[in-house]
Design a protein around this ligand. Structure first.
Ligand code: DSN
Length: 417
């Protein structure tokens, strides 16, 4: 980074500080990861200098000799990896990708059905504070209080009563397998388009560690930077029937020029995700999450739905008498990075909720095995207890122990300093 350091030492210093932070901390935010050097290199290329409104072979600017090939490679790799007829790799991120889906299929005021945000859904699935819940009529399903799981019979009843034109399945705090076939049956019954938002689990699907929405969902929406381990970006995949509507909605409907450097990095990540090593990683992410869940449960932590089938654990801290935010901030001081999160039927506010959400993609990318999950659970237990009593000595001690484990498992994509 010699050029950056010379031109802008302040920004260069912050980048170095962030590298150090990512190296030294146990990153448990389930939507985060470490990309490879190859993905990082692709994002930092001259491809970002080029305007390319349109699609390969049909652009509004000349000079696309290389860009068309980059985007075609990304498209073909996405189609092959997710077994879908069509792929659009241009959405800037998950929220614009989902907004493009609305543009493709709905008129303002039409009804969309999705999982409620406090139940584990996403803002863009028709939640009130999002454009998707103000410009459209959002109706929301949730999980059962007793099981923490979706009851598809209730989803079906709601769909029959509300007749949504669009149904979203998937979310941001869903620890259980998504029954794509079950949602598809409901969507067919009410004549709705089914969108599987697999942003969180795209890498697990690619690696064969979660069932695929292919053959069930009309549209698959995903970010590329979570379990999939690519750059910050998104993709929309669809059946052939909806290909034109999706493409028109992304451009010219919603966006201008695609971010070609991101497209290149997506192509690289998709190539990486098609290899045997990635399959091992995907299965290990789940094995680690399940091992961590078991270790936390034995220490008295209440897991929403009782555990996990994927990369994510949602923990209700009410029984520990520590608010989620207080726990998250103490864990951060101990070098364990999580996010505070609402739990289903939370009695606290979203900015000060009862839970924390944790996940294993980033630690798995470091090569940390399931045998270390007892240690991780013990750290979380000690720090949550310390948060309650204000025991900063324990927090500091855990931070030292975390650093030692992180040194033993260097993160991919980071420079060795
Ligand atoms: N912010 C993402 C997450 O953390 O799950 C969802 O958009």
């Amino acid at each position: 980074m010699s050029h950056l350091a010379a031109t802008d030492p302040e920004i260069a210093a912050l980048v170095v500080a962030e590298e150090q932070l990512q190296a030294d901390t146990l990153r448990l935010i389930p939507s985060e990861n470490y990309v490879s050097h190859a993905v990082l290199e692709a994002t930092g290329t001259v491809l970002q200098n080029k305007y390319s409104e349109g699609y390969p072979g049909k652009r509004y600017y000349e000079g696309q000799q290389n860009i068309d090939q980059v985007e075609t490679l990304a498209i073909e790799r996405a189609k092959a990896l997710f077994a879908m007829d069509h792929a659009n790799v241009q959405p800037y991120s998950g929220s614009p990708a989902n907004l493009a889906v609305y543009l493709a299929f709905l008129k303002p005021g039409d009804t969309v059905m999705g999982m409620a945000l406090p139940m584990g859904g996403h803002l863009t699935h028709g939640w009130g504070v999002s454009a998707t819940g103000t410009w459209f009529r959002g109706v929301q399903y949730g999980v059962e209080r007793e099981t923490g799981r979706v009851d598809l019979d209730k989803v079906r009843d709601l769909a029959l009563a509300e007749r949504p034109k669009l149904i979203f399945c998937g979310g941001t705090a869903v620890p259980r397998t998504i029954d794509f076939a079950g949602y598809a049956e409901i969507a067919r019954e009410v004549g709705a388009v089914l969108v599987a938002d697999v942003a969180h689990i795209a890498g697990l699907i690619a690696g064969g560690a979660h069932p695929s929405p292919a053959g069930h969902a009309d549209v698959v929406s995903t970010t590329t930077h979570k379990t999939l381990r690519g750059p910050r970006g998104a993709m929309l995949l669809s059946t052939e029937e909806h290909a034109k509507a999706i493409d028109r909605a992304v451009f010219p409907g919603l966006q201008g020029g695609p971010h070609n450097h991101t497209t290149a990095a997506i192509a690289v990540a998709l190539k990486e995700a098609s290899g045997a090593e990635f399959r091992d990683y995907a299965h290990q992410v789940v094995a680690n999450a399940q091992a961590l869940g078991e270790q936390l449960a034995t220490r008295g932590f209440e897991l929403v739905s009782g555990g996990t089938d994927n990369h994510l654990l949602l923990i209700d801290l009410s029984g520990k008498d520590v608010p989620g935010k207080v726990a998250a901030k103490a864990l951060d001081r101990a070098g364990i990075v999580v996010n505070y999160n609402t739990v289903p039927y939370d009695t606290r506010k979203p900015f000060d909720p009862s839970g924390i959400r944790i996940g294993t993609p980033a630690l798995t990318s470091r090569g940390i095995p399931a045998s270390e999950m007892g240690t991780v659970a013990e750290w979380i237990d000690r720090v949550v207890a310390a948060a309650k009593t204000g025991d900063e000595e324990t927090v500091a001690k855990v931070r030292t122990e975390v650093k030692a484990l992180m040194d033993a498992y260097p993160a991919p994509g980071l420079p060795v300093r």
